[in-house]
Design a protein around this ligand. Sequence first.
Ligand SMILES: [Zn+2]
Length: 255
Amino acid sequence: MTIWLTGFALVVIVLATLALAARYNLWRPSKPLSLPRILMYHSIRPVVSPTGRGSGIVTTPEQFAWQMDWLARHGARFVTVAQLMAADDRAHMVAITFDDGYVDNYTIAWPILQKYNAPATIYLAPEMPGINPLTPEMVREMSASGIEFGAHTLTHIHLPSTDDATAEREIRQSRGAVQALTGQPCSSFAYPYGKLADRHVEMVRLAGFSSAVTTKKRVMPWAKVHSLRLPRLSMLGQMNRFEFWLTITRGRYRV
Ligand SMILES: [Zn+2]
C-alpha cells in the first residue's frame, strides 16, 4: 500500500512538473543578472481588476514600484538606452523604456523612477492617435532632468505593411519632431509593434539613429546584439511576481 501511494505521489509530481514546464519558461536556462537588459513598459496607471494587477500594456503603480524595487535590490544599474549604447562596462545595466508617450509616464512613473535615481527612455510617436499623451512642457521638463526621448514613427505605423516612401518619411520626421520637442539630439528608435522588415533597419540607420529596439524577447551577451535590432523584454501588466522573475531571468515567462 505504501509503495503504491509513493508511486502515485511520484506520478502526480512528475505530471505537475510537466504541466508547469509546458506553461512556463522554467526549463529555459536562467541568464545571469549581470547581462544588460532593456525592459519595455507602456502605461503605468491604476486599474480595477480582481487580481489587483494590470493587463496588456497597463502596469499598475504598485506593480511598477515593486518591480523597480526588485531590480534595485538585485544590483540593477539603471541607464537610458543611449547610456547603455555608450557604456564600456554594461554589467548589470537595466534600461527602462516606455513606448508611445502616455501622460502617466510623467504623473505616475517618473516619481517612482526618481526614488531609484533611475533615468528611462521614452519613445514618442508625436502624432499617434487615440492616446492621452505627454504635453510638450512635460517632455521638456523630463528631458532637462535626464529622461531620454527616442522616436517611434510619427503616427505609430505598422512598418511592414506601409509603402517604403511613407515608412522612410515617418521614421525620419519622427526624429525631427522629437528633437524639436526636447531641443536635444535624438539617437534612439523603437519599431512600432516591434515589427520590421530588413529594409527598415537601413531606413533607421540613414535617418541618423544609432540604436533601435525591437520586441525580440531575449537576454543575450552584448557582443551578439545588433544595435539597430536590440532585444527587449515585454513587461506585461498581467504578470504576477513569479512571471516577472521568469521574464527577467529567461526573457519571457510563457513558453
Ligand atoms: Zn508603440
